[in-house]
Design a protein around this ligand. Structure first.
Ligand SMILES: [Zn+2]
Length: 370
């Protein structure tokens, strides 16, 4: 609809006298606070044709306006819909450092794959163990723009074979060294498996700049972006959970926590099930971090649930030994991290065996459906 400068008095038209396409426009006009738009103009001319009386003074009779107005586009948001993310940097809680924007645009899948969280192996019962995840995966159609999560300099752009065995696990990869530090340390972000690269080494990029397109290069089972945050050095062993760096969606927040034994040692491999309070359907399931991944310097967490609508939740923690099962209720607040420490009274003895699928140094993972 255009916005004409000329003022035409609002005119009421019986909705049934108009073709359906104009009925909605009338409704919008009725809601537009006395201002008349192009649609209103057409309504006025229709009024003449149909000889409907024009009330003077008040333009809209409230009951009819209510009747005409269509309040909802649909009953529920479509599956997978998310509100826009908050602007970065965001630190509502003083320990939060949501300094990175989502590496994918709104309208694409800019939230991570729920069955392969950071510090976890693949969480699907019908899938074999794969590799402990050092990042987050964002399945998307081939060619979806990949965006710089923050400003900085491209320090790597190209195929990224492992220095140990030459296997190109990561595929076409971009690594950005950001032009700010955190806790006196450099911060890098890594974007793997891309189809094509739009930047070269040494290039300075701004937050939100298109640096690549989503692809399936490297070792993958489908097109997705593998995204890592590395703190201190640009090394596979120095990743952190990106869910503590990517700003939440508006009205959404993050749950992080530390599950420890009686000696305050972090317990790995415990099963976590998160449910909204008074609802029996879990929103997410994962495990406490495998011991090979790093925790955040400030939070010292060993689990994170990102992207949770604010509200009350219930967390079930199961050591899978038939003995130690814990439950906590907690609240998620918009735009911040809720942190929970769950202390137990037993001594945790980690399994001495290394993970079944040891990772070649500097190698990556990345697997997704789609
Ligand atoms: Zn991945």
């Amino acid at each position: 609809m255009g916005c004409g400068g000329e003022f035409v008095p609002p005119t009421l038209v019986s909705p049934l006298d108009l073709p359906p396409s104009q009925q909605t426009e009338i409704a919008i006009t009725a809601e537009s606070n006395g201002r008349v738009t192009a649609a209103g103009g057409r309504a006025a001319s229709s009024a003449v044709v149909h000889d409907v009386p024009t009330p003077s003074g008040i333009g809209i009779r409230p009951n009819e306006a209510q009747q005409l107005w269509v309040p909802d586009a649909g009953p529920e948001p479509p599956e997978g819909w998310r509100p826009p993310p908050y602007e970065v940097p965001l630190s509502i809680h003083y320990d939060d450092h949501y300094w990175l924007a989502r590496p994918l645009p709104s309208g694409s899948r800019n939230y991570d794959l729920e069955w392969y969280p950071y510090g976890n192996d693949v969480q699907l019962p019908d899938r074999p163990s794969y590799r402990i995840h050092h990042g987050l995966d964002f399945p998307n159609q081939t060619g979806t723009p990949v965006l710089a999560a923050s400003s900085g300099t491209v320090v790597f752009a190209g195929p990224f074979p492992s220095p140990l065995n030459g296997v190109n696990y990561y595929g076409n990869t971009v690594i950005i060294l950001h032009d700010w530090q955190w806790q006196g340390q450099d911060v890098y972000t890594l974007y793997a498996h891309t189809l094509e690269l739009f930047v070269t080494e040494g290039e300075v990029v701004r937050q939100g700049e298109v640096i690549a397109g989503v692809g399936s290069s490297g070792e993958v089972s489908g097109p997705h972006l593998h995204f890592e945050v590395r703190v201190g050095t640009n090394n596979y062993h120095d990743t952190r959970n990106p869910a503590l760096w990517l700003a939440p969606f508006e009205g959404w927040g993050t749950l992080a926590g530390r599950f420890v034994d009686k000696n305050n040692q972090m317990i790995s491999g415990a099963s976590l099930t998160l449910l909204p309070l008074n609802v029996d359907v879990p929103v997410r399931k994962q495990s406490t971090y495998h011991s090979i991944v790093q925790s955040d310097e400030i939070w010292q967490e060993n689990f994170v649930f990102g992207d949770l609508p604010a509200g009350q939740y219930r967390l079930m923690i199961d050591m899978n030994d038939g003995v130690h099962i814990y439950e906590r209720e907690m609240e998620i607040f918009p735009g911040q991290t809720s942190f929970e420490i769950i202390s137990t009274d037993f001594e945790f003895i980690p399994t001495p065996a290394p993970p079944a699928t040891a990772v070649p140094d500097s190698a990556e993972n990345g697997s997704s459906e789609n």
